[in-house]
Write a protein that binds this ligand. Structure first.
Ligand SMILES: [Fe+2]
Length: 459
């Protein structure tokens, strides 16, 4: 015999009957109703608001009975005095976040309408799952398989070759500690050639932020042409500069899906490969390799403004639709990979795809390609080229300006919640209730107050 949540056999059947008495016909849901906030194993999460007149009398118990009938799991419940209330104590507005079986959504809302007024649900939105804690990144490992028929199958032992896909996977693929890699003499020779050639170009082609960080990496983090820096040491260096960036590296399993890759940026985690390009082609690699990561990405990740810019793209991606993810991935491409910026009257590179490719770095700053001003709305939908050099590059006024424009763009991405990143716990808080927004706001106010005191003490 089935036992329901209340522990009494058959009780659900009788409650269903009662509910049916109160809701003789199941009305179809109105437009904008029936929010399915997220779905898992046939359960839907609903956000409901409604008003109860004379809540102290029968209203409250009747409402509770509706939720009990459908075995709704209450995640969050808030009440406040109704705005247009004549009766100041007994009329209440409710905010409820609950979980219910998909098939019961419609009848639950209709049942509620029989006992409460102004029943509203937030417009239907399906929010894709996204990581809330840094350890959730272990679930973000969806790979993109890319067929590369010309790719040499003779690759270092640290990687696994996927036959037929032309893709190398690093071991390990999850959030394990970054393993140290013993590079061969030939691999080190490849690194030397790349390092020597590119570093001769940086003083004239790279932006100031890159040059400053590169100098620090050479001084403090083993950047030199005779050995390939270990990701473990580089990650420690970036993370140790907590006040600046706090970025950390994580072993990547090859080409990740844009959604998974962008999500890691929200936590200031950069997914990085460890293998090195083939020695037959030192100035080009069809996939990201450690020359691209170490010479292209790492120096910029040590810059405060750029780190914030990277995290802003990551935060914007969390819970976004596939269309928005595509736009954000395009923005990532034209900025973090192939971005240019103005500096002291000339144009310099800050994108990793440029700073790790001699040929494209020279080409991008020549008068051959088209240079357009960076505008997230236009850049996000601009076609890009992943087989050869870009015909168009986007030029930001500076990294700070690019960050401000991106944050403004991100605010316009429609989601039924806001997100707040807590740097102390490295976790994302989903602000989907008024109380949560208030709590975060008061926390910020407190921090601002402390900063004002600090300022007064200094001057
Ligand atoms: Fe990259």
């Amino acid at each position: 015999m089935k036992t329901d949540a209340a522990g009494a056999p058959g009780r659900r059947a009788s409650l269903q009957k009662d509910a049916e008495k109160e809701t003789p016909a199941t009305e179809p849901l109105g437009q904008g109703e029936g929010l399915v906030w997220e779905e898992e194993e046939g359960r839907a999460t609903l956000i409901l608001t409604f008003t109860l007149r004379n809540a102290r009398k029968a209203g409250l118990s009747k409402t509770a009975k509706v939720f009990e009938t459908f075995e709704a799991g209450i995640h969050h419940l808030e009440t406040r005095q109704a705005k247009k209330s004549k009766n100041t104590t007994d009329d209440l507005e409710f905010f409820v976040k609950c979980e219910v079986h998909n098939s019961d959504v419609s009848v639950l809302i209709n049942s509620l309408k029989k006992v409460a007024e102004d029943v509203k649900t937030i417009r239907e939105e399906r929010v894709p799952w996204f990581p809330k804690k840094i350890r959730d990144l272990d679930k973000c490992h969806h790979l993109i398989a890319k067929y590369e028929p010309d790719l040499d199958h003779d690759h270092p032992d640290e990687s696994i070759f996927l036959p037929g896909f032309g893709m190398y996977l690093n071991k390990p693929v999850r959030g394990d500690p970054l393993p140290r890699v013993e590079y061969t003499v030939q691999e080190t020779a490849t690194w030397r050639e790349v390092y020597r050639k590119l570093s001769s170009l940086y003083p004239t082609h790279a932006c100031k932020q890159y040059l400053d960080a590169f100098q620090q990496l050479e001084k403090c983090c083993g950047y030199q042409e005779d050995s390939i820096p270990q990701l473990q040491d580089v990650s420690r260096f970036l993370k140790g500069k907590t006040l600046q960036t706090g970025f950390q590296l994580r072993p990547a399993a090859g080409l990740l899906s844009p959604r998974d890759f962008l999500a890691s940026l929200a936590f200031r985690v950069f997914q990085s490969t460890q293998y090195i390009r083939h020695s037959s082609s030192p100035m080009h690699s069809p996939e990201p390799d450690c020359c691209h990561e170490l010479l292209g990405h790492v120096p910029m990740l040590a810059d405060k403004e750029f780190a914030q810019f990277s995290q802003a793209i990551g935060l914007a991606s969390l819970g976004s639709s596939d269309i928005e993810i595509e736009k954000l991935a395009t923005l990532y491409w034209f900025t973090i990979e192939f971005g240019l910026c103005k500096q002291n009257g000339s144009i310099k590179a800050y994108g990793a795809g440029l700073l790790s490719s001699y040929g494209e770095l020279v080409y991008a700053l020549s008068n051959k390609p088209e240079h357009k001003p960076f505008d997230p709305k236009l850049t996000a939908v601009h076609p890009y080229q992943d087989q050869t050099f870009q015909p168009v590059y986007f030029v930001a006024e500076n990294v700070e300006d690019a960050k401000a424009k991106l944050q403004k763009y991100a605010l316009k991405i429609k989601k039924p919640f806001s997100l707040h990143y807590d740097p102390f716990t490295c976790s994302i808080e989903v602000l989907n209730t008024p109380q949560k927004v208030k709590n975060t706001l008061s926390q910020m106010k407190e921090e601002l107050k402390n900063l004002c005191f600090d300022l007064e003490n200094i001057f």
